[in-house]
Write a protein that binds this ligand. Structure first.
Ligand SMILES: Cc1cc2nc3c(=O)[nH]c(=O)nc-3n(C[C@H](O)[C@H](O)[C@H](O)COP(=O)(O)OP(=O)(O)OC[C@H]3O[C@@H](n4cnc5c(N)ncnc54)[C@H](O)[C@@H]3O)c2cc1C
Length: 402
């Protein structure tokens, strides 16, 4: 059995950031990844400026193979049923359009950690002074012994389920699916990620250019028909935006733990097991998760290093250090912050004020109608309650974290 300082589960961006901190501090670190690397990851790949800075500062300039075409993104355009469009450029200019298969591989290799791919985490036993990790490597059982384990295994985290079997039932779940189309004619600006606040299209609707094709994506709840939702969006884009696409050639989808940051149900682990990245609940508004995966991952690695240096319980260090990232993510949903501050990385208030006043009123009305759509969910009502509390409590309260 291999004995190391830390085992990280998952070889994505949060894992790369955690591994970088641990390896830099001289801790022997193994990353387990269930897939063969480099592996595919469903993602639009639109990196926020903060995520971009993190990659540059920690791993250096991105190699060309880590980017899709167009290689960068200027920002986000919001579309409304009243046909008002609001393009918003990222603060500080365009950011890279990541090809996750290769950017994640580059980051994890650059971290300096030892990576065991085709190795699936299966369970763990926390014995207080060490954790026993059970995994399967190409089907064969394999065990590791580590002082700490970091679960960086994404939204459907098995590490979480191994310590909190009931957690998945306590948070909102959502499904997303996207289809890839060859383009006949597409007037949507390829330099932007496009998002529709349209109750008639669904809870989450987006489109953007990638490698000469157009992606059309929809979010939906369990039991909804993905094909029908998608067809509805394609017809809408044709009718309202003049987008003409060939039938799709590929499609993909997955379940998302969309909402822990919205209703403040983060999970950070217990004992010697830390949870980070999207597994912990970090996902920014409109589904941007890379920047908070990178930052929370780095904090989980730092917490392990600090706990050892100060001889303190690792959970105490992690919870203290992660508070800044919780505040940042939760502030994105705080209506007062949105109205009077800049919690996002593109300037919504400025884009709104640049519109004629009639359009401003239309946007606010359309936004309200869109948000009301979420009231049908139990957690949608929790979201409303949280939104009412946020201005008073400052966006988060510690006691709801696990
Ligand atoms: C359709 C879609 C579009 C998105 N677009 C954007 C975007 O444009 N910009 C953005 O910032 N974010 C986007 N996101 C969100 C973003 O992809 C995630 O938030 C981010 O990748 C989370 O990173 P992570 O490191 O926490 O985990 P993940 O990227 O989910 O990685 C988890 C890793 O763990 C591995 N793993 C899982 N289980 C096991 C196991 N049992 N054993 C071993 N390994 C395991 C997985 O194979 C994977 O490699 C999008 C998400 C979706 C679904």
């Amino acid at each position: 059995m291999r004995s190391v300082d830390v085992v990280i589960v998952g070889a994505s961006l949060s894992a790369a950031a955690a591994a970088k901190r641990l390896v830099d501090a001289g801790l022997e670190t193994i990353v387990l990844e269930r897939k063969e690397l480099p592996r595919h990851k469903i993602c639009s790949g639109i990196l926020s400026p903060r995520g971009h800075r993190f990659l540059l500062e920690n791993f250096g300039p991105l190699p060309r193979e880590t980017l899709h075409e167009p290689t960068s993104c200027r920002g986000v355009t919001f579309h409304f049923p009243s046909m008002v469009a609001m393009p918003m450029d990222f603060f500080g200019g365009s950011t890279p359009h990541l090809h996750r298969k290769f950017s994640d591989y580059w980051a994890i290799k650059s971290s300096g950690a030892e990576v065991h791919d085709r190795t699936s985490f299966a369970g763990l036993e926390d014995h207080g002074d060490h954790v026993l990790v059970h995994a399967r490597q190409q089907g064969e059982p394999v065990e590791y012994r580590a002082r700490q384990v970091i679960g960086a295994d994404g939204p459907s985290s098995l590490v979480i389920r191994s310590i909190y079997p009931d957690y998945p039932q306590s948070i909102p779940w959502f499904f997303v699916g996207q289809k890839f189309h060859d383009i006949i004619d597409c007037p949507l600006d390829p330099d932007y990620f496009h998002f529709w606040f349209h109750p008639g299209l669904g809870h989450y609707t987006w489109s953007h250019a990638r490698d000469g094709r157009q992606i059309v994506g929809v979010g939906f709840k369990r039991g909804d028909n993905f094909a029908k939702k998608h067809e509805n969006v394609v017809n809408y884009l044709a009718e309202k935006h003049g987008v003409r696409l060939h039938p799709h050639t590929e499609d993909e989808g997955c379940a998302e733990n969309f909402g822990p940051s919205l209703i403040n149900r983060y999970v950070f682990g217990k004992g010697n097991v830390l949870i980070t990245g999207q597994a912990a609940g970090f996902l920014n508004m409109i589904g941007e998760g890379m920047s908070c995966a990178l930052h929370s991952g780095a904090i989980s690695g730092e917490a392990v290093v600090e706990a050892r240096a100060r001889n303190r319980p690792v959970q105490e260090m992690y919870r203290r250090m992660i508070a800044s990232e919780v505040r940042r993510t939760s502030d994105q949903w705080n209506p007062l912050k949105i109205a009077f501050d800049r919690p996002h990385e593109a300037d919504f208030p400025a884009a709104l004020m640049a519109l004629p006043w009639r359009d401003r009123a239309r946007v606010l009305r359309d936004l309200w109608r869109f948000v009301v759509l979420y009231k049908e969910f139990k957690w949608g009502r929790q979201m409303f309650q949280a939104a009412m509390q946020r201005p008073i409590l400052g966006g988060y309260s510690m006691q709801r974290w696990l």
